[in-house]
Ligand binder design. Structure first.
Ligand SMILES: C[S@@+](CC[C@H](N)C(=O)[O-])C[C@H]1O[C@@H](n2cnc3c(N)ncnc32)[C@H](O)[C@@H]1O
Length: 332
C-alpha cells in the first residue's frame, strides 16, 4: 500500500514538473525576431526535418481521408493546392512568391513539376541556408530572408503569391493581407493555406477553449490566429481584390496529420535518438501541443482555411473612387 502511494506520489510530481516545464519553456511570440530564432533552432537541430521532411505543413489525406504515407500526404497537399488555386492552368515561367517558404519544399515542387520561376522568402536565415542546400542546380528557385509584414518587392511583381501556414506568425493580419495583394500583378492570383480559429465574433471561445488557444499561440511563436471569415475580410479590405475572396475549409483532409506526427516519432525513433537525451526531451515536449492542435482542429475551435483571390486590374484608389461614385449615383 505504502509502495503504491509512493509510486502515485512520484507519478504526480513528475506530471506537475512536466506541465510546469512545458508552460515555462513556451516559445512565446515577441517579435519577428523570436519567430526567426525559433525556426533557426528547429532548422539547426534537424529533428523537424527528419520527421516532416522538406515540408513544414500538414498533409492532404483526401476527402474522405484515407491512410497515406506521412511524407507523401505533404507532397499531395502541394498538388491539391495547385489544383484548387487553378495554378495548373498557368504556363511554365509563371513567377511565384512563396511567402514563409520554410526550407523550400513547396517552392521546389512548384518549380520542378510546374516549371514556375519561384522566389521563396522566410524570416529565418537558417531556413534560407538549408533551402539553398536542398535545391539542385538548374531549378528555377531562389530563396532570401524577407519579412512578410514589409516585403522588399515593388508593387505588382509576381503572377502568383502562395503561402502555407505562415499567417499565424503575423502580428497584424490586415498588414499581412495588404502585403500579399500588393506584390501581385493585376490579374494575378493569391493562394493561401492557413491555420485559423473559429470566428469568435459569431461564437466566443468557451472556458476550456481559451486556455487551449493560449497554448497553441504561446508554444509555437504565434501572436494570433485569424478566422477564415476575418482574413477574407482583411484581403477584401485591401481594395486589391477582384470580386470576392473564395474560401474553403480543409480541416477534414488535413486532420490525420496531427496523430500521424506522433506515430512517426514512435515508429521512427532514430530521429530523436540520434540527438540523445536532449533530442528525446525536445521531441516529447512537442507532444502536448500536437495533441492540443488535434483537439482544437477536431472540435471546431480551429479550422484549416484555404483562400483564393484575384488581383484587380483596376488600381485600388481608382476602384475605391469608382465604388464611392456608384454609391453617390445610387443615393442620387
Ligand atoms: C509553419 S512554417 C511553413 C513553412 C512552409 N510554408 C512549408 O509549408 O513548408 C511557417 C513559415 O513562416 C515563416 N515566417 C514566419 N513569420 C514570417 C515573417 N514575418 N516573414 C516571413 N516569413 C515568416 C517561418 O520562417 C516559416 O518558414
Amino acid at each position: 500500500m505504502n509502495l503504491l502511494v509512493a509510486a502515485l506520489g512520484i507519478l504526480f510530481s513528475v506530471m506537475v514538473l512536466g506541465i510546469a516545464l512545458y508552460l515555462l519553456t513556451a516559445r512565446r511570440y515577441q517579435s519577428s525576431d523570436s519567430v526567426a530564432h525559433s525556426y533557426d533552432e528547429w532548422t539547426e537541430d534537424g529533428i523537424l526535418e527528419f520527421y516532416w521532411g522538406e515540408h513544414i505543413h500538414l498533409g492532404h489525406y483526401g476527402s474522405p481521408p484515407q491512410h497515406k504515407d506521412f511524407l507523401k500526404a505533404k507532397e499531395d497537399f502541394v498538388h491539391e493546392m495547385v489544383r484548387w488555386g487553378g495554378l495548373d492552368q498557368r504556363p511554365p515561367g509563371t513567377t511565384v512568391l512563396d511567402v514563409g517558404c520554410g526550407i523550400g519544399g513547396s517552392s521546389r515542387i512548384l518549380a520542378r513539376n510546374y516549371g514556375f520561376a519561384v522566389t521563396g522568402i522566410t524570416i529565418s536565415p537558417q531556413q534560407v541556408k538549408r533551402a539553398q542546400e536542398l535545391t539542385p542546380e538548374g531549378l528555377t528557385v531562389q530563396f532570401q530572408v524577407d519579412d512578410a509584414m514589409a516585403l522588399s518587392f515593388p508593387d505588382a511583381s509576381f503572377d502568383v503569391v502562395w503561402s502555407i501556414e505562415a499567417g499565424p506568425h503575423m502580428p497584424d493580419k490586415a498588414v499581412f493581407a495588404r502585403e500579399l495583394m500588393r506584390v501581385l500583378k493585376p490579374g494575378g492570383v493569391l493562394v493561401v493555406a492557413d491555420w485559423n480559429q473559429r470566428d469568435d465574433r459569431q461564437k466566443p471561445l468557451n472556458f476550456w477553449e481559451k486556455p487551449v488557444m493560449r497554448q497553441l499561440l504561446d508554444q509555437w511563436s504565434h501572436p494570433a490566429f485569424a478566422s477564415i471569415e476575418g482574413f477574407a475580410e482583411c484581403l477584401e479590405a485591401t481594395g486589391f481584390v477582384e470580386g470576392n475572396v473564395i474560401t474553403t475549409d480543409w480541416t477534414d483532409p488535413t486532420l490525420p496529420s496531427w496523430l500521424d506526427t506522433i506515430w512517426q516519432g514512435i515508429i521512427r525513433p532514430q530521429g530523436w535518438m540520434k540527438y540523445g537525451v536532449s533530442g528525446f526531451i525536445k521531441s516529447v515536449r512537442e507532444v502536448p501541443t500536437i495533441l492540443l492542435m488535434r483537439l482544437a482542429f477536431g472540435s471546431g475551435l480551429c479550422r484549416f482555411g484555404m483562400f483564393r483571390a484575384i488581383r484587380t486590374t483596376v488600381l485600388p484608389s481608382a476602384k475605391l473612387i469608382a465604388t464611392a461614385r456608384n454609391q453617390e449615383h445610387q443615393v442620387l
